[in-house]
Design a protein around this ligand. Structure first.
Ligand code: SF4
Ligand code: MG
Length: 328
């Protein structure tokens, strides 16, 4: 993606100019084939909008997405249908995204019918195979979504997303609505299927804990912008941006369930209609200096494969203020 931007008109006033929300603001991003790429941030940071822009479910206000060497914004007709087939979505709430009056078999097979793949009996066989792949049984095809638990319904959602043989699967908070005990199971299924089918996975999450074990790379978003991007293991070991550090400090320690002592992130994110000048994070950043309030930091490489948008990234990292275990 290059310069990807999406604006929305928010609450049109009676007089004066409408408020414009820059939901996604000039994002540059490269996602490699076969990787698991996570996009993380608080709700309202623009991560879902970014995912929809990447798959052309919504139009960009500016910028472009190049997929397989082609600008997807100019695709139409068959080329656009092929793109839909190749890029599938898994949504947050498996129940609301599934039509309750359709059987599981009809739901999972629907993408096959839409894309006119196979004969009815081939489609039935494919549905049975998909249900087995996600840990359900072929006879579940005759039942209805409400007969299943949240975790099982999300498995149904995954089976449905895989029906057309996609190359890219985008999960928009695929496990956020599930119990913590079920989340890992569903994430593991996604990971197994990714390996089996050679998928590129894009996972949107507000919680770093969810993607900790599956993401190859992570992009951290704040108010419509990416503030840190890098290898997942490295980013978890040593965050380079104060916001990433704050997100990480909010992850419970698995052994005790206790929150890490220092949760530096305070308050709600600022109103996206009028983001703060300078660094958008400065109103909540514990390290903010004068420069942060006026000058906008741009993404720059602070280490191989690691980009951070923070004026003080090197200093904070070098001095061990951000990014070392002991300070978190
Ligand atoms: Fe904090 Fe300044 Fe870095 Fe923004 S640029 S994250 S305000 S230190
Ligand atoms: Mg969302």
């Amino acid at each position: 993606a290059r310069g990807l931007t999406r604006r929305f008109v928010a609450n049109k006033p009676l007089f004066g100019a409408a408020s414009i929300v820059q939901a996604v603001n000039g994002i540059d991003l490269d996602i490699a084939e076969g990787e698991t790429f996570a996009i993380v941030g608080e709700s309202g940071c623009g991560k879902s909008t970014l995912a929809r822009l990447l798959s052309h479910l919504i139009e960009a206000s500016e910028g472009s997405v190049i997929y397989d060497g082609r600008d997807i914004s100019i695709l139409s007709g068959k080329a656009l249908r092929d793109l839909r087939r190749e890029m599938q979505f898994i949504f947050q709430d498996p129940f609301s995204s599934l039509n309750p009056r359709m059987t599981v078999g009809a739901l999972v097979g629907e993408p096959l019918r839409i894309h006119k793949i196979g004969t009815p009996s081939e489609r039935r066989a494919k549905v049975a195979e998909l249900l087995r792949k996600v840990g359900l049984r072929p006879e579940h095809a005759d039942r209805y979504p409400h007969e299943f638990s949240g975790g099982q319904r999300q498995r149904i959602g995954i089976a449905r997303a895989l029906a057309t043989g996609p190359r890219v699967v985008i999960g928009d908070e695929p496990v956020s609505a599930l119990d913590v005990s079920i989340q890992a199971q569903v994430v593991n299924i996604l990971e197994d299927l990714k390996d089996e089918f050679g998928l590129t996975l894009i996972i949107i999450a507000h919680d770093l804990a969810v993607i900790r074990h599956i993401a190859d790379r992570v992009a951290v978003m704040y108010l419509g912008e990416i503030v840190e991007l890098g290898d997942a293991a490295e980013l978890f070991a040593a965050p380079g941006h104060p916001y990433t550090e704050a997100l990480l400090s909010a992850i419970p320690i698995p052994a005790t369930g206790a929150r890490k002592v220092q949760t530096k992130i305070e308050g709600d994110p600022p109103n996206p209609i009028s983001p703060p000048p300078g660094c958008r994070f400065h109103t909540r950043c514990p390290y903010a200096e004068d420069q942060c309030r006026t000058e906008r930091p741009v993404m720059r490489e602070i280490a191989q494969g690691r980009q951070v948008a923070c004026h003080l990234a090197e200093r904070l990292t070098l001095e061990g203020i951000v990014g070392t275990e002991k300070t978190r």
